[in-house]
Design a protein around this ligand. Structure first.
Ligand code: ZN
Length: 108
């Protein structure tokens, strides 16, 4: 799951850093961001296994990278985040957030 992978990366980095780092700030921001994104975009499915929360991990990845970029994450950390998440980023240069189709324009 994307969320736990990112969380681990950010926590590991924080543990090894001696000061309150950019990573820690980013971690706190992204935690809320991920939560809010899922709230906006989740689909609730009820089946024989019970209630399941579904969302598109490719769109979540695109959104997280966009947020990280916006918060001024350093380039090497941004690349590390991108590589850590195995999912494709969005869909053909775009991702969906609520009713909005957003263009992925932060990769360069
Ligand atoms: Zn998607």
């Amino acid at each position: 799951m994307i969320q736990s992978k990112i969380q681990r990366l950010l926590e590991d980095d924080f543990k090894t850093s001696k000061t309150i780092s950019d990573w820690h700030k980013l971690f706190m921001i992204l935690k809320k961001d991920v939560h809010d994104f899922i709230e906006r975009n989740k689909i609730i499915e009820i089946n024989e296994q019970g209630v399941q929360i579904l969302y598109c991990t490719q769109c979540l990845k695109a959104h997280m990278l966009a947020s990280a970029r916006l918060k001024g994450i350093k380039k090497n950390n941004f690349i590390a985040m991108d590589e850590l998440m195995e999912e494709q980023t969005g869909h053909d240069g775009y991702y969906l957030d609520g009713d909005e189709l957003k263009r992925i324009d932060y990769m360069n």
